[in-house]
Structures are given as C-alpha cells and as structure tokens.
Ligand binder design. Structure first.
Ligand SMILES: Cc1ncc(COP(=O)(O)O)c(C=O)c1O
Length: 637
C-alpha cells in the first residue's frame, strides 16, 4: 500500500489499466495530461482531439449530457481500411475479381452516418444492403453511385420488389436476394409484368456456424436462406422460365461478430462449393456475397472470445481471397466479384457515449469495536473471532465461517433472540471481513471461484446520467461488453472500485461487467468522486446500439454531436441532433402533451381557487410542468 502511494500514477498506467491501446485500434489514446484523445483519422495520423474539449463544445451548443459523439473521420477511416485491405489482398494474390463492400443499413440507420458512408465509400463503389422496404427507400435516396450495389435482403412484398426492379431499370445495381422459396415466383412475375430481367441472388443455408452470440443466424435451422434441395428447385424453376442467367449472386450470412477466423474460412469453403455447383448448373453467377460477420475487438484481447476477434481486417481479407481462389481454381471456375456486408466493423468505432456521474454510493462499512462486550451473543463472538484470525492462508475457510455465522445471526434476529443493533454489528463485522479478503486477493493469479465476486460485493455504485436500455441495449440483451472508462483525470490514480448504475428504475439498468484481457471484470477502477463533473465514456457503440435502443422509463434518444475534425484537431463541421424531448416521447406513447398541459392548468387553477396553493405557487408549478414537458428526458443540472 505504502509503495503504491509513493509511486506516481501517470497516464501510461491508466492506458494499461483500461486497455485503451488494445481495443482502441489507434483511434483512442490518453494524453500525458490524463485526457482521452481521439485520433479520428486512425493511428497513422498525428491529428487528435480531446473528448473533454468536445464536451465543452457540447455545453457551448446547449447539448447537455448524455451526448453521443460521432466521428465522421473514423467512418472514413474504417471504410478505407476495409476496402484497402481487400484491394491489397486481391493484388497480392492476383485474384481476378473485384471487391465491392456494402453497408447493411440496419447496423446504423442514421441519415448522417449512412450519408457519410456513401460519401466516403464512393471512391470504392461501396454500396448498401437493405433488409426491409423502409431501408430500401432510404438506400435508394442515398445511393447515387451506379457502380455500387444495393443488395435487397429480408422479407419482400410486391411493393419492395417493384421498387428494387424499377431502380434497376433506372441504373441502380439492385440485387434481389431470394431468401425463401415462395419469393421466387413473386419476383419473376413482377419482373415480367414490368418487363425487366431481374438480377437475382440466392441466400444459402450453410451448415457451418458462426459461434458466439449470433451463432443461430447461420446453420441448418437459421431463419433465412434456402437449403441445397430448395436451391436446386429454384435453379430448375429459373431454367424452365428461361431466367437462369438472372441468378448471378450466391449470398450467405454466418452471423455477426464471427470471432474465430477458422469459422470464416470453413463457411466460405462450403459457400464456394455451392457457388461452383451453381456455375455448373448454368446459372449466370459472377458475384459471391459473404454477408456480415467481420468482428470487432471490443475487449482488446485479440482472442476468439465472443467480444473479441483473433484476426485483423487485413487477415480477414487475405483469408477470404485465398480461400475463394483455392476452391474455385481447383474447379476452373472464374473468380467472382466479392461482396462483404460488414456492418459492425464499419461503424462500431465511430461513436462514443459520454455521460456524467450524478452521485456515488460509497461502500464503507462502519468501524468495528476492538473488543465485544463480554455478554455479546456467542455467534457474534465467533464472527469477531473469524475477523481477528483472518489471514491469506485461511481465507477460504474464514469465508465459509463468516457466511455461516452471519446467516445464523440473521436467523437469531428473525426469532427475536438478538436486537436490531446486534444484527447491525454482525453485518458490519461481516463486511469488514469481506473488505480484508478483497485486499488479500488483490494481484493474486489464482482466486477460488467463491471468492471471485468479493470485489463487486463491496464496490461503490456510481450513478450515471444515461440509460443502459437506450444507449447499450446489447449489454443488457446479449451480454455484449463495451470498453468503458473515465475520459479525464487519467493521470491520477483511480482509488475506488465501482459498478455503474443508470437512471432507469430497473434493477437491470446497471453495468457490472467490464472488459478485461482475461475473462470479465466485475468492478471498474474509478476516481474518488468529489462532486465535480466526472465524465465517463462508453466506446465502440456505433453498431446496432442507436437503432435497437428503447425508451425504458421514457428516456429517449440522447443528444448527438456528429463531427468532422480537421487536420489541426479542430471541428471542421458539426451537426448537432437534439435528443428527444419529453413531449416527443409522450406523443410516441400516444399521449397528447397539449391536453396534458391544459388538464394540469385547470387542476392548478382549482387548487388556487380553493386556497390550497398561492398564485405564486400556481405559477411556479405551471412553469415547471411546461418546462419539464419540453425538456430533455435525462437529468438536467
Ligand atoms: C444479412 C446480413 N448481412 C450483414 C449483417 C451485418 O453483420 P455484421 O454487423 O456482423 O457485419 C447482418 C447482421 O446480422 C445480416 O443479417
């Protein structure tokens, strides 16, 4: 302890503690002054900007916390990295086909985000994947590049199909992917009626699996796709209708976040076999679409753990290109245009949720007496004895004894044998024991399973101005981990250990699982809260979270600052999107805010008339109600 206090804590220590250089992919680091810096153009560029500086900017613009900060430059950098990785892999292997990326709009549907992607993707002819009619409507308006693909997946009705076909006629490269056998007839008849030869794809149900959280997206029982016999039926039908040349693309999607490169390769080999057979059947072919799955290293461990990945984008690209070549060359089949629908890997890094800490509940057991009263209950004496005799060598046994005596004392309390004061003393002694044990296990390589959770049992609770359900729904829904850390004071030693609680009144609205290089941490090292602003960042939130987030407790979309940073680290352009107001959320839930204000006004008038409140109180109440209903749904200070 003494040694720890004497050594100076630097930003370098924080960088190691929070693993920012492992998961940050060069987009995030810490300045010597202890602030999280964003390198929006990636690791090779010297440009950087402090998140704290951007918070000042938010305040200046009247954007209260929580704020989602999106970096346009990071989107540009991700698009570049994915496309350049494939460009290099294709060049290196002398692959004869092209690469065409498409962005699955469902991963982040915000106008500014998809707009940036189409703009930065233009030089690579990066397209869009749409999985519904509404997404296709958005995609068609945004996609202006005639060489980029618009891939149409998902359930399709007549309207969806007609729109895709007419767009094709107008020069957009729409591909209608047959996901279910029943879709084929509808697509062919609509195409005939409109006098168009459609460009068709077929989604194959592979037997290969992704592993991890999204394993069920693939495999024999997956929701979408045609199995081998259905594909053969489709081929026969197309041949009969003289439309076999229209079938140009094989599509599959193994699942999101495929963290193990071996699974990528295995599935691709299987898909290549489907592709070869379709060529042999006489289908037009020419395009192989691998769907999504390119994983993001959320915990920075570079492993095949569900929240990590054991490969880089460059390795992914070269593995894909080589696997296709190896399989197709053996059969003398020409190399197809290669499409990936990488969503997560394109957008995860570009947004950071910033929120402030509102309060802290410190875990601090009261002090215990040196000695107990001679008349204290025997069980209390025993518990105290455990406390006095605790040592690193008898820790596990002491833990069992402490739990036993504490439970016995609780039972004695239930039976009225000991008083509330004695029960309180028992609990204080118990927590003292737990604190000492936690101290003793610190830095140990092996900790018995039952002592693993001690840290979280005695953690402080830091209350944050955000909603888990709105801003990181996947943390709650599928145990997805995100890097979380303070964004300043990082040249100061974090002396507390805490968990984070959001402002919903749901007991699931807390974060008690944090990334770690080995396994998962249950507490986060944090700084002593002194009542002044303490800001936290949740990183890599750009994929899926904004779209899937819900309005639990009527907490709506957060404020957003979408920025482009210039080479000097200054804001070049910024778009601010004000978060949902209370009346907007209420309207969404079918309330009529205007009539609510009228009701409250007449109630206040009545209360004034009956003399329950003064005129001043009436006015103050009405003002507060009206301000509240037009205000931000989060804490405003
Ligand atoms: C058909 C399809 N393509 C692409 C994706 C995007 O996957 P990812 O974000 O893992 O790249 C998904 C997502 O599940 C999908 O269903």
């Amino acid at each position: 302890m003494r040694h720890e206090a004497l050594t100076r804590w630097t930003a370098e220590n924080s960088a190691e503690l929070y693993g920012i250089r492992n998961w940050g992919q060069g987009y995030f680091d810490i300045s010597p002054g202890g602030e999280v810096m964003v390198r929006p153009n990636g690791p090779k560029s010297p440009t950087e900007v402090s998140l704290l500086h951007l918070i000042d900017e938010c305040h200046g613009r009247g954007l209260n916390m929580p704020v989602l900060i999106r970096f346009s430059n990071i989107l540009a950098s991700r698009i570049k990295e994915i496309n350049e990785s494939f460009r290099w892999a294709i060049f290196d292997a002398a692959y004869q086909g092209q690469y065409r990326g498409v962005f699955p709009i469902k991963v982040n549907q915000q106008d500014a985000v998809v707009g940036d992607i189409t703009e930065y993707g233009r030089e690579y002819h990066h397209g869009i994947e749409a999985g519904s009619k509404a997404e296709l409507i958005a995609a068609l308006a945004l996609m202006k590049d005639p060489e980029a693909f618009v891939i149409c997946n998902g359930y399709k009705d007549e309207e969806f199909i007609d729109m895709a076909l007419q767009a094709l006629k107008m020069g957009t490269r729409t591909v209608l992917v047959i996901e279910m056998p029943s879709e084929l007839e509808l697509v062919l008849s609509r195409a005939e009626r409109l006098g168009i030869r459609p460009v068709l794809g077929v989604r194959a149900k592979l037997s290969s699996r992704a592993g991890g959280h999204w394993d069920s997206s693939g495999g024999d029982r997956s929701k979408f796709g045609l199995d081998a016999s259905q594909i053969i039926e489709m081929v026969d039908q197309l041949r009969q209708r003289d439309r076999l040349d229209c079938l140009q693309m094989l599509h599959y999607h193994l699942g999101s976040q495929v963290s193990d490169i071996r699974r990528v390769r295995t599935a691709l080999r299987e898909a290549c076999r489907f592709y070869v057979e379709l060529v042999r059947e006489g289908a037009g072919m020419g395009i192989l679409n691998m769907g999504g799955g390119l994983a993001v290293d959320y915990d920075g461990s570079h492993t095949n753990f569900a929240c990590s990945t054991n490969y880089s984008t460059a390795e992914y690209a070269s593995t894909v290109v080589e696997t296709i070549m190896n399989t197709l060359d053996e059969c003398g089949v020409p190399h197809p245009t290669l499409i990936t629908e990488s969503g997560r890997a394109t957008v995860a890094h570009h947004s950071v949720l910033i929120f402030n800490i509102l309060d802290v509940r410190r875990f601090e057991p009261l002090s215990i007496p040196e000695k107990l009263d001679v008349n204290a209950h025997e069980m209390l004496q025993n518990l105290m004895e455990v406390c006095h005799s605790l040592s690193p060598r008898n820790m596990q046994e002491a833990y069992h004894d402490a739990v036993f005596y504490r439970d016995e004392l609780r039972t004695l309390f239930l039976h009225g044998t000991i008083s509330l004061r004695e029960r309180a003393l028992a609990e204080t002694i118990f927590w003292h024991i737990v604190c000492q044990m936690s101290e003793m296990t610190r830095g140990r390589k092996y900790i018995p399973d039952e002592l693993e959770g001690l840290d979280s049992a005695i953690a402080d609770v830091y209350y944050g101005n955000f909603s888990v359900f709105q801003s990181i729904p996947d943390f709650w829904a599928v145990d997805q981990l995100f890097p979380i850390m303070p964004i300043h004071r990082l040249n100061q030693r974090p002396t507390r250990k805490g968990v984070l609680a959001d402002i919903t009144c749901d007991s699931d609205g807390k974060i008690d699982k944090f990334i770690d290089l080995h396994d998962i941490k249950h507490v986060l090292p944090l700084h002593e809260w002194d009542g002044r602003e303490y800001y936290m960042g949740i990183f890599l939130t750009g994929a899926y979270q904004e779209t899937i987030g819900d309005m639990h407790n009527l907490l709506g979309n957060t404020n957003v600052l979408h920025v482009r940073i210039d080479d000097k680290g200054r804001i070049e352009s910024a778009k601010q999107i004000t978060g949902d107001r209370v009346d907007e959320i209420l309207k969404y839930m079918e309330y009529d805010p205007e009539s609510m204000v009228a009701t409250i006004k007449s109630r206040a008038d009545k209360a004034y008339k009956h003399g329950f409140i003064t005129a001043k109180e009436r006015n103050a109440f009405l003002k507060a109600y009206k301000t509240g209903i037009r205000g931000y749904t989060y804490f405003e200070q």
